[in-house]
Design a protein around this ligand. Structure first.
Ligand SMILES: Cc1cc2nc3c(=O)[nH]c(=O)nc-3n(C[C@H](O)[C@H](O)[C@H](O)COP(=O)(O)OP(=O)(O)OC[C@H]3O[C@@H](n4cnc5c(N)ncnc54)[C@H](O)[C@@H]3O)c2cc1C
Length: 507
């Protein structure tokens, strides 16, 4: 029997998941009464600052948040991708553009084959990153050429503060109170009993309560499927310092460490670093020591514990979980915010399609889709660990020998047989992979994972590839730095075309 959904939705949690979910529901279906219940006594996680290209498009194209206002109030910086200090190369860049899965004119094979030896200049974004530049210059003294294939670096606390303010402006009720007791019924959750004595009822509850997963995990007992056979890291030590003479870089850096890796995220005046590590391989004190040795300017640090895993069903009865309460994979590809957005968009589509009468079939497809996302992220991240040959510590030895790569068998079979080819990528990868074949090629070629087929470039192909590099070097030589670009984008002279983000929205 179809469960009845009228028009009240209560979101539990006021972190990025809670407010992104609430804003999505209200902005896309204003008829809904949306309430957010969160407790300022239970702090938000306060990390989650890298993102993917989904973020700007989702915020401005799908939700309609004015980019000019957003830049003024949140002051994001742009991220072209990730600089990986990883594998045998000195470095490589995983940008949001298409570097390796495309063919240059006159070339018989995709770029991936040619970049195997020499990766830095596979496209404009890669070349910009190689030169620590952010954007090309518009002609005749204009500002930066900004496209939709870039992401944001966001400071978590101001970002969430902005979302809260915006939520209130579009008519979402925000209640600062603590959920003390969860009352259940046949339909799932009947009511939330709040510390103040208020009883909160709703037709649908969205659980964004973070790792505690108050409604889906605790009350409805939907268990977390662990990904620890593929992803061994379970802690992070995070810290940072105020920017001094350091250049504001246009990418996140991911650096191999003895028992994991460290991020570097670039904000205007602050550099945020964190070491994600595996507690069976290194103690908290040793991790903190290694982190500080690499980053002597780091001020206070804090340790964050987590488990990588997800719930197979994130929609059970009248409860849908989003954000860390639904699942979490360690932040190597900074995917969490994008997953929240994508799943919130799918949720509102489901609600709209069924005129708010949800049938079990829609719910099942929603659950299958979300679970596929988690599985795809897990297998992609597993590939980062399996093939990183940079250090030969105990941790990396275990990662190379023991990382569970299940789900990636066909991808590896195709790559090992044919190298960085593209023709059968869709078959090998399956549908709905958020990274697309480009992502797999970057990580396989970037880490110089060998393949069986040998090929010889002709002299003409070698010359063509070299000429392409030289052209790119020239193209980026007078490109703008991130600092220069942000100054222009935040100035009163800058304007956004109303369709700029809207036309890129894919939900
Ligand atoms: C080390 C680390 C690094 C990360 N880096 C990235 C990154 O670079 N990019 C990225 O996209 N993501 C990253 N993430 C993921 C990031 O945490 C999430 O993207 C995001 O912040 C979602 O958090 P949340 O809203 O689910 O939970 P939280 O921020 O923890 O919010 C939970 C909310 O629930 C409320 N709550 C809980 N219990 C109750 C109760 N009983 N009553 C009332 N309210 C309650 C709290 O008050 C709070 O408002 C990282 C995570 C970790 C651990």
């Amino acid at each position: 029997m179809a469960s009845s959904l009228k028009k009240s939705i209560t979101v539990v949690g006021g972190g990025s998941a809670g407010f992104l979910a609430a804003i999505t529901l209200k902005a896309r279906m204003p008829v809904l009464d949306v309430t957010v219940v969160h407790s300022s006594d239970i702090p938000i996680i306060g990390v989650g600052e890298g993102s993917t290209l989904t973020m700007p498009i989702y915020l401005h194209g799908y939700l309609g948040i004015d980019p000019t206002r957003f830049h003024k109030e949140v002051e994001p910086t742009y991220k072209l991708g990730i600089r990986f200090l990883w594998g045998p190369r000195e470095r490589f860049h995983y940008t949001f553009s298409s570097q390796l899965d495309k063919f240059l004119p006159g070339m018989p094979r995709p770029n991936g084959y040619f970049a195997y030896e020499d990766f830095d200049y596979a496209d404009v974004a890669g070349a910009l990153a190689a030169h620590d530049k952010a954007f090309l210059k518009q002609k005749e003294g204009g500002g930066p050429v900004v496209n939709t294939d870039v992401a944001y670096h966001l400071e978590n606390v101001p970002f969430v503060r902005f979302l809260e303010k915006y939520a209130a402006e579009i008519g979402i009720e925000i209640v600062d109170d603590r959920v003390d007791e969860v009352e259940q019924s046949e339909a799932g959750i009947k009511a939330l009993h709040l510390e103040s004595g208020r009883i909160q009822t709703a037709d649908l509850f969205v659980d964004c309560s973070g790792f505690s997963s108050l409604l889906l995990g605790e009350a409805l007992e939907e268990s977390l499927q662990s990904f620890d056979s593929s992803l061994f890291c379970d802690r992070a030590v995070a810290g940072g310092w105020d920017r001094e003479e350091e250049t504001l870089l246009p990418y996140t850096t991911a650096e191999t460490m003895n028992a994991g890796w460290a991020w570097q995220i670039e904000h205007d005046d602050h550099i945020n670093r964190g070491y994600v590590y595996s507690s069976p391989f290194i103690s908290d004190d040793e991790a903190e020591k290694e982190f500080r040795e690499k980053n002597p300017k780091v001020k206070d640090t804090r340790i964050i514990k987590f488990s990588s895993g997800a719930r197979k069903r994130t929609w059970v009865k009248n409860v849908v979980a989003l954000g860390n309460s639904a699942g979490f994979v360690e932040p190597l590809e900074a995917t969490a915010l994008a997953v929240i957005c994508d799943h919130a968009a799918k949720l509102i589509h489901c609600l709209a399609d069924s005129y708010l009468e949800i049938d079990p079939t829609s719910r099942k497809y929603y659950n299958d889709y979300c679970w596929d996302t988690w599985e795809n992220i897990r297998r992609f991240l597993a590939m980062h660990y399996k093939f990183n040959s940079r250090l030969d510590t105990k941790f990396w030895e275990a990662a190379q020998n023991d990382t569970d790569m299940s789900g990636a068998e066909e991808i590896m079979e195709y790559y090992e047989a044919c190298g960085p080819a593209t023709l059968w990528a869709g078959k090998a990868m399956g549908p709905n992979d958020p990274f697309s074949w480009e992502g797999y090629l970057v990580m396989l070629v970037g880490q110089k994972v060998p393949f069986r087929r040998s090929f010889q470039s002709t002299e003409a192909e070698k010359a063509n590839w070299k000429r392409y590099h030289e052209d790119l070097k020239k193209t980026v030589s007078d490109a703008l730095t991130m600092r220069e670009s942000l100054d222009m984008i935040r100035s009163d002279q800058w304007g956004w075309h109303p369709d700029f983000y809207r036309s890129a929205s894919r939900w």
